[in-house]
Design a protein around this ligand. Sequence first.
Ligand code: NDP
Length: 280
Amino acid sequence: MALTRCAPGTLGPALGAENLFQCAILAGDHDFMDKIALITGASRGIGAATALLAARQGWAVAVNYQGNQAAADAVVQQIRAAGGTALTVQANVADEAQVLAMFATVDAQLGRVTALVNNAGVVDVPARVDEMSTERLRRMFDINVIGSFVCAREAVRRMSTQHGGSGGSIVNVSSAASRLGSAHQYVDYAAAKGAIDVLTLGLAREVAAEGIRVNAVRPGLIETDIHASGGLPDRVRDLAHQVPMQRGGTAEEVAEAIVWLMSDASPYTTMSLLEVSGGR
Ligand code: NDP
């Protein structure tokens, strides 16, 4: 495959999908590297913390975002300022064409991914199941489940030794909600994360002999903007008393687990669902 590069600080080549994504190499010139990570939803929160930590550990990082380009650019600039390599890739993970364009951009700008973090995810406002519209349910599953499946599929097509790849690692960001159920708040979200757990268990077995490890982290109550996006900005503080450790977690604490699972430091770990929840 012909590899193309952006000059530092310039927009990337269109690759025939100009309207579906933007790419910006904000890092300096570099050699193509084996540690190439695509992190979805990395403009803020857990994804941003993961991108920053991974870059510090030598990964070239593709920072996916959906709408907040300024925040994604800020993550990339922080990585670059520390001497790392990163690019932004806009895509709605629920839109297959945008996901395909995103992977094509990463192929062209960094090379085949060797790690995928399926982190992009959404909640909705609190509701009982008997109040949920079909539209709400479709959005929840389109982004949180189908988005992760399609990204995982594209990653396997690049990592699997059966497809000429040299292996890799997929980390799915699930939630403690998948075992708690999230009654009276968002059972739809919890069910979507249950599907992510099963994706992890099944795909891990499917590709274990092809050089790919697949794991999930199940964060508990983590201080990020996701709670405000669901109309509950104080959710972590309000529920912290239910956590055995008596506090919410930080995005950085979750990132430590994700980057460990991504890396060669966990070579025999696959099919695991790692709780990062303070005991909740
Ligand atoms: P945030 O709401 O802080 O960040 C969400 C990120 O996902 C943003 O970068 C956003 O990009 C991106 N995003 C949202 N929708 C899409 C989409 N359709 N396509 C691509 N990117 C998208 O979330 P958190 O950091 O809190 O959560 C990250 C993951 O962790 C999620 O999967 C969440 O379910 C999970 N989790 C979080 C917990 C918590 O307490 N915070 C607990 C358990 C699990 P942009 O802003 O550009 O649109």
